[in-house]
Write a protein that binds this ligand. Structure first.
Ligand code: NAD
Length: 254
């Protein structure tokens, strides 16, 4: 059976867990040839096993989005039609909690990583006259200010600017570039954030409930819900959409 991504080559970063993992699997189910990358080898091995028998195919290899050589070698190998930029890290704290080192790390991992991968992937996409780039931003960005997300929200707002800039520059050359802005989504790092918040207050259950309560739907999102939007934006179904911030946040920013 033909899937929505049959015949397409997709490179996904941070595919070891959470949204990246769910998206890599969703793209394989839709028939893509997925190059799933991360810095966590064990997670990639588990992902490869789970992808067996699905409609498409999945190759997994280590790609560190903070390393220029790793990015250019990986992107050259994948020659992607679809680039899913998912790597990112959440710093907790206000402007007065932030250090220069935290700021530099976050901008490197959350923003410059996308500059690296897009710079590497775009020439091949332009040669082939087609490409869909999907960048994972956040509702906590230029969409809304979230408490204690000073560095994080700043980097994710930058991702939106980066997305719009790439989209406008290549709109006549078959390239689309969109951003996904999730609200709170269940993932391993979200569980870590709940645990850390609970450790600070002594009440993990209350910390978890506070995250849930800020979502008007009364629940957090699933990685699969974000993956479904990513598949749509990667596919030709969304051919008339570029330069947009696609908010998927359970009504958080409404
Ligand atoms: P996660 O944070 O649980 O996993 C992150 C993955 O990134 C891990 O597999 C890790 O090994 C990988 N990684 C870390 N450094 C890397 C590097 N240098 N190179 C390549 N991979 C690296 O996953 P998540 O919570 O689903 O978050 C994924 C993306 O979604 C992030 O950009 C995050 O900011 C964004 N996001 C998440 C939420 C949420 O609530 N979970 C909400 C909005 C946006």
């Amino acid at each position: 059976m033909t899937g929505r991504l049959t015949g397409k080559r997709a490179l996904t970063t941070a595919a070891g867990q959470g949204i990246g993992r769910a998206t890599a699997l969703a793209m394989v189910r839709e028939g893509a040839h997925v190059f799933a990358t991360d810095i966590n080898v064990e997670a990639l091995d588990a992902l490869k096993a789970e992808a067996e028998g699905l409609a498409g195919t999945l190759d997994a290899f280590v790609l560190d989005v903070r390393d220029d050589t790793s990015v250019s070698v990986g992107v050259d190998h994948a020659a992607p039609d679809i680039l899913f930029n998912c790597a990112g890290f959440v710093h907790n704290g206000t402007v007065l909690d932030a250090t220069d080192e935290d700021w530099a790390f976050a901008f490197d991992l959350n923003v410059q990583s996308m500059f690296r991968t897009i710079r590497a992937a775009l020439p091949g996409m332009l040669d082939r006259g087609t490409g869909s780039i999907v960048n994972v931003s956040s509702a906590a960005s230029s969409i809304i200010g979230a408490p204690s997300r000073f560095i994080y929200g700043t980097t994710k707002a930058a991702v939106i600017g980066l997305t719009k800039s790439v989209a406008v520059d290549y709109v006549r050359q078959g390239i689309r570039c969109n951003a996904i802005c999730p609200g709170t989504v269940e993932s391993p790092s979200w569980h870590d954030r709940v645990t850390a918040a609970g450790a600070a207050t002594g009440d993990v259950d209350a910390a978890r409930q506070a995250f849930i309560d800020r979502q008007p739907m009364g629940r957090v999102g699933t990685a699969e819900e974000i993956a479904a939007l990513a598949v749509y934006l990667a596919s030709d179904e969304s051919a008339f959409t570029t330069g947009q911030t696609h908010v998927i946040d359970g009504g958080w920013s409404n």
